[in-house]
Design a binder for this molecule. Structure first.
Ligand SMILES: Nc1ncnc2c1ncn2[C@@H]1O[C@H](COP(=O)(O)OP(=O)(O)O)[C@@H](O)[C@H]1O
Ligand SMILES: [Mg+2]
Length: 366
């Protein structure tokens, strides 16, 4: 998607990936190799103007190594900070963000302590490498604590209070080399089993929350001397935003911006790392993004929907894997809610989920 945004602007791309079926090879020169293989990194870097990443589990050491050869953004320290859930939550708290109760857990004693201090229910997560709800265990009862901890490797974990949120929101922001920033609107996200299923852009969000999210994004980006796009994920609870995590990259909850704004997150990420002026991030009309999980739905059904845009990543089907998305736009929030509802039903997707229903009701009355 980044290459698809950059080619019309005159850019050409090379991509490094270890997977033979790397889907970007259709639109970019492909170097196959491991992210920590110096030879592969150097073959990749040869002749490039600037390098970036769209996957946050690239080793920070590889980004540091590449930075000796060429311009790289975001920087390795920013990546390393965002790779550790403990460090990112701590830094956000120091910058004044509300963060739910959490404790670092490296052994059984600390797990017991977390249970006493935080209470049930509790979520245990690996501090590093988790994504799409992977590397997490929900602890509803004391008897689940030790098996849960063991299932996650026993150490380098974080225990978090389960947040009974009203809804989940995220903010995609972009910071240019000179420090100028652009912000997409806060959008509402529905996750099912820890995986993003639906993003709604245009649904009402209190102005106060938008301001809070932007000011935290600015604080984090300045502290990390961040260049490029990044996302902040929040829980909304009792009129407040609780920070959950940061993604140091373009984000799935920003995919709606391809059709929903003048300059998508991909375009603005490229503009930022190239030191070009940033483009407009205002929402053009209410826009929804439906993730295709596991396999793509029937194409003819999706293309028959009004104002639907089909994005097929050409990834091998696998249970729960993000293999594509569908963007839907409408003149009004009410019309969008109806169209998304119909689309989910037609495509045999998650319309029946209570969390989807509640989000669409909020959109309808926005
Ligand atoms: N402390 C929490 N309380 C309630 N729900 C949570 C909590 N942590 C995670 N979740 C749910 O799981 C999803 C994925 O967790 P997250 O921390 O964002 O990890 P990742 O996206 O890296 O897998 C969240 O979007 C949310 O739906
Ligand atoms: Mg997340």
């Amino acid at each position: 998607m980044m290459a698809l945004a950059g080619v019309p602007m005159g850019l050409r791309f090379r991509v490094l990936d270890h997977a033979a079926d790397c889907c970007a090879q259709d639109v970019a020169e492909f170097v196959r190799g491991e992210f920590d293989d110096d030879g592969a990194l150097m073959r990749f870097a040869q002749g490039l103007t600037v390098a970036t990443f769209d996957f946050e589990n690239v080793p920070a050491a590889s980004i540091a190594r590449l930075s000796k050869q060429l311009k790289v953004a975001p920087n390795a320290t920013a990546l390393a900070t965002a790779q550790d859930r403990g460090i990112e939550k701590q830094s956000a708290r120091e910058l004044g963000a509300n963060v739910g109760a959490f404790m670092l857990v490296d052994n059984a004693e600390q797990a017991d302590q977390a249970l006493r201090d935080i209470g049930l229910p509790l979520i245990l997560k690996t501090r590093r490498m988790g994504y799409d709800g992977k590397g997490q265990a929900r602890i509803r009862d004391q008897s689940e604590l030790e098996p849960g901890r063991q299932s996650l490797g026993g150490t380098a974990l974080i225990a978090e209070a389960f947040v009974p949120f009203k809804r989940e929101l995220s903010l995609v922001a972009v910071r240019a080399r000179g420090g100028n920033m652009a912000f997409y609107p806060l959008v509402e996200n529905v996750h099912i089993d820890g995986v993003l299923a639906l993003t709604l852009a245009g649904t009402a969000v209190e102005d106060k929350l938008n301001q809070q999210a932007k000011s935290l994004a600015r604080g984090i980006a300045e502290q990390l001397d961040y260049v490029g796009a990044f996302a902040l994920e929040f829980f909304e609870l009792e009129g407040k935003l609780l920070f959950n995590e940061m993604a140091p990259r373009v984000h799935n909850s920003g995919h709606w911006s391809i059709e929903g704004t003048a300059a998508s997150q991909f375009e603005n990420h490229l503009r930022a790392i190239l030191d070009w002026p940033l483009g407009k991030t205002e929402l053009r009309q209410p826009t929804a993004m439906i993730n295709c999980l596991g396999a793509m739905p029937e194409r003819s059904l999706a293309l028959d929907l009004a104002d639907a845009h089909w994005h097929d990543y050409r990834k091998q089907p696998r249970v729960g894997r993000k293999v594509g998305h569908i963007t839907i736009q409408a003149e009004s929030c009410r019309a969008l809610a109806d169209q998304v509802w119909d689309a989910l039903a037609v495509l045999g997707m998650s319309a029946w989920q209570p969390s989807v229903h509640a989000a669409l009701e909020r959109l309808r009355t926005s």
